[in-house]
Design a protein around this ligand. Structure first.
Ligand code: MG
Length: 390
């Protein structure tokens, strides 16, 4: 069996979902997805000549060749790794279709048949903490047993309310990473309202998008301890592992990070220094299924759970769920498309998330087929739907 083509389709959801098809001379194709990122589809097409004529079942070898051949494109991290991730996922799907086995089998089989999913809720309708509680109750009523809010995007006490160009810029004095006492009190109120709205049994996480200094992050994390968050995400900037570690070791609130790290090398220091209590690799971004499994196994040496960041379509999400089934330290995985009513309709059979779980079956590969009519209706204008060009 040989690879004869590599094709893409960019679907405009709440993020651009870069779908990747790898075709073979046996007429069997694999379908993968790469995380949103400028130029990712072009990079997939750039990798195509490396893959043509190769045996698609030598997945690790092909990934290593792509990393080496695309070094000039920056294949240690970033968009090139993301493009390779989409191809890698398509190759695992293809392998599953060839051998008529689900992807999880190739990673050692399943610890669980259902993968717990949390819903990213963004924020409340207004900065009123009660609105966060109302939103939380709504999402839980839809069946989700785990939810996450952005805790940093609409604080009413911001000192910098002049810049409406992007909501995340509306943050205090935006450059010195301070949380003032009123801002802190608002954040604690938001978390209190969410916790009171949903009760003790729902997992609640909060995301901070790397904004704050070490001391204020610790003060906030400690102030949130009574509300039993499943995690507080990215309270400090991501570059300094020592600072991250200091925050993590100063609070009982579990600190989570990792959505912008690539490959096992990117996670090594974070894991070995135990600088986070939970890590959040983005599977269709950081290197793909096998790389995510290696990161999970490395993290498991330190008893660190995995909670994948995820903004993918059903293809990347369910493919990720297949490898999460094979991670003993899997905790919960993100769903980021509450605002995209057709998300589940993109695949035959409809919404794969039922009551906060993806229930895996024994279909080959990731087990999904695209609903071409729905996917094609949302293809990025001016781009092809699995043509030979991006
Ligand atoms: Mg995040």
């Amino acid at each position: 069996m040989k690879i004869i083509n590599v094709r893409t389709a960019i679907i405009e959801g709440n993020f651009p979902w870069v779908l990747v098809k790898v075709d073979t001379d046996l007429g069997i194709s694999g379908l993968g997805e790469a995380y949103w990122g400028a130029g990712v589809a072009e990079l997939v097409h750039q990798a195509k000549p490396i893959l043509l004529g190769e045996d698609p079942t030598n997945i690790a070898r092909l990934v290593e060749i792509m990393i080496r051949c695309l070094s000039g494109e920056g294949s240690q991290a970033g968009a090139t790794v993301t493009a390779i991730s989409g191809i890698e996922i398509a190759l695992w799907d293809l392998l599953g279709r060839v051998h008529k086995m689900p992807i999880s089998t190739f990673f050692g089989g399943r610890f669980r048949d259902r993968i717990r999913i949390y819903a990213d809720c963004h924020a409340g309708e207004t900065p009123d903490p009660l609105d966060y509680g109302r939103k939380a109750r709504e999402v839980v009523a839809e069946g989700f047993t785990a939810i996450k809010f952005d805790l940093d995007t609409q604080n009413p006490y911001t000192l910098d309310i002049t810049d409406d160009s992007h909501p995340r810029r509306r943050w205090f004095e935006p450059f010195n990473r301070i949380i003032g006492s009123r801002e802190m009190a608002w954040m604690v109120d938001v978390v209190r309202c969410v916790r009171e709205a949903v009760g003790p049994d729902i997992w609640v996480a909060m995301d901070m998008h790397w904004k704050f200094n070490v001391n204020d992050a610790i003060k906030l994390a400690q102030a949130l301890e009574p509300f039993d968050l499943i995690w507080l995400e990215d309270p400090v900037p991501p570059e300094n592992i020592e600072a991250q570690r200091h925050v993590t070791h100063s609070t009982k609130t579990p600190i989570c990070t990792g959505e912008n790290l690539y490959r096992k090398h990117g996670f090594r220091e974070l894991i070995e220094k135990q600088a986070a209590r939970i890590i959040a690799p983005d599977i269709p971004k950081m290197g793909g299924l096998a790389e995510a499994k290696k990161v999970a196994d490395h993290a498991d040496l330190y008893y660190i759970p995995i909670a994948p960041h995820n903004v993918a379509s059903p293809i990347g999400t369910v493919a990720g769920a297949q490898v999460c089934a094979a991670m003993n330290n899997f905790l919960v995985m993100e769903y980021h498309a509450l605002d995209v009513p057709w998300w589940g309709d993109m695949v035959v059979g409809g919404q794969p998330i039922i009551d906060s779980y993806i229930h895996l079956n024994d279909k080959p590969g990731h087990g999904l087929e695209l609903n071409d009519d729905v996917a094609r209706a949302h293809v990025r204008p001016g781009t092809s739907y699995f043509g030979d060009e991006p």
